[in-house]
Design a protein around this ligand. Structure first.
Ligand code: 5GP
Ligand code: MG
Ligand code: MG
Length: 182
């Protein structure tokens, strides 16, 4: 079972669900009659986006992008490559970019600049987690679920070598999990 690998839980399933409801209400108020395009960054943002859109009570569309930022399992490099682009025309649209976590801020900075270059009417960022201590470039989210300290977290979309994304809560792995990895 997955819980045996978890050292501590930062945010429980109930805390996450409660926070997502509040974010959804705020976004509903801010986007009345704007028909926003909600853009999820694969794969980490999927559980959050799925919960968030069901807490938003205005018309919206959804689309996804997949980007790779070269780096190790723990750090992103900032060199971003698009693996899957949007299917939707961005020009004139109000974009809500949904991320799992902002650490250095490099991935998001790249994506925001790309969407502005494509003439989005507006671009706002919603992230489940913010790790302010990790920031390397100037980048702040407009809506934030929770802050986390400078530790490697997993769950609710966040992976360690593609595992643990399906945990319904956010936590930290036991050191033994890393020691056992190849
Ligand atoms: P940034 O470009 O902001 O440094 O990178 C953000 C991306 O790095 C996230 O979307 C996520 O994929 C990964 N990342 C950053 N911090 C963590 C973390 O604590 N846990 C996990 N699992 N991924 C992280
Ligand atoms: Mg991400
Ligand atoms: Mg990852």
């Amino acid at each position: 079972m997955l819980e045996k690998d978890i050292e501590k839980v930062f945010y429980s399933e109930a805390q996450i669900q409660e926070r997502v409801k509040v974010l959804g209400q705020q976004i509903s108020e801010d986007y009345q009659d704007k028909n926003p395009l909600v853009v999820g960054v694969l794969k980490g943002a999927v559980p959050f986006l799925a919960d968030l859109v069901r807490a938003i009570n205005v018309h919206l569309e959804m689309d996804f992008m997949d980007v790779s930022s070269y780096g190790s399992a723990f750090v992103s490099s900032g060199e971003v490559r698009i693996l899957k682009d949007l299917d939707t025309v961005v020009e004139g649209r109000h974009i809500i970019l949904v991320e799992d976590i902002i650490d250095s801020g490099r991935t998001l900075k790249y994506l925001v600049e790309l969407l502005k270059h494509r003439k989005a009417a507006s671009v706002k960022i919603v992230t489940m987690l913010d790790k302010p201590e990790g920031r390397v470039v100037d980048m702040e989210a407009d809506y934030i679920g929770f802050d986390v300290p400078n530790e490697f977290v997993v769950g609710y979309g966040l992976d360690y070598i593609e595992n643990y994304r399906n945990l319904p809560y956010i936590g930290v792995l036991k050191p033994a999990v890393y020691e056992n990895a190849d």
